[in-house]
Design a protein around this ligand. Sequence first.
Ligand SMILES: Cc1ncc(COP(=O)(O)O)c(C=O)c1O
Length: 373
Amino acid sequence: MAIPFIDLQAQRQRLGEPLNQAILAAVASGQWILGPQVAAFESELAAFAGVKNAIACANGTDALQLILMAWGVGPGDAVFVPAFTFCATGEVAPLVGATPVFVDVLPDTYNLDPASLEEAIAMVKKEGKLVPKAVIPVDLFGQPADYDKIAPICRREGLKMLCDTAQAFGATYKGKVTGSIGDAAATSFFPAKPLGCYGDGGACFTADDELTKLLKSIRMHGEGSDRYENVRIGLNSRLDSIQAVILSHKLKIFADEINQRQVVAWRYAEGLAKSNRIQVPHVIEGCVSTWAQYVIQVPDRNQLQADLKEKGVPTAVYYPIPLSQQKGYQHFPSAPTPVSKRISKSVVALPMHPYMDAATQDVIIAAVLASVG
Ligand SMILES: Cc1ncc(COP(=O)(O)O)c(C=O)c1O
């Protein structure tokens, strides 16, 4: 039997009949968009993250964009983003008319490098064309960025910190759950995410009640006191009630799944430590990753992928080209990004999900060791 990269069917079986019934009840309720199920899920989600407000929306990209729109980030503003991330992190800056400015990442965690952020801010200030407005640190592959180092830079420079926790919702940084960190945070419920729904979905998080009101207005075409009063430019970015019901059910088992993911990650780390040619992920002190991906570095990635494919072990590459070098983004300003360029050539992700049994994992570990040596 082929080994799945992410086994969503195992989770589907665990959720079983109660979820089927809840989906049918949501269909029968007739309140299909932003129904009471969505409000209930928003409260559960905020409680899980330990943050005052969670605002559900149509996807993670919108969640980031909604927050930038609510803050009034726009033309002439610089938004600092990692060069090594999924495109959505950078995409939202030009979508609101602002300019993304690329920052390098750290070689061990793949998250935003505070020293490179300082360099990028200094570069923008020296050029004098853009006003530094916001930083979007990304919790890449499930691990929170190093907020104790990034937040003081944001405070000193008067920059808003928008945490992109699309890959890491539920991870903890020194006891704080992502979603509760930063001036605001955004996540994605894309099916493959650690907390995913059965379609697209996303959420914004903030402790700020005024920002919450703005986000709720902007996700509904900029509505005022009712939906046919339009007091600002907005989007159509709402969560379906069916997705909210699915997410509520998944949230109940999410803490357990995060624990299970640690077990899988530890087994990989232990097994792969037998080769000194493999760099396993480094988790910083005091953090718990959600292990959205288990990404290793090897000297010859192509060879490893080919060898594993032959043995029925799927792999994936996140990301083969840094965002700052992509055709659509090359013209935006960037700090030097040697680490992003280097790691984009050597990273490779192995199968990772909370339902992987030890025997399957040992097959994967043996296959990796046999290939890398
Ligand atoms: C880091 C990061 N940011 C943002 C997003 C955007 O989320 P969505 O696909 O729900 O729009 C993703 C999703 O893949 C992501 O990985």
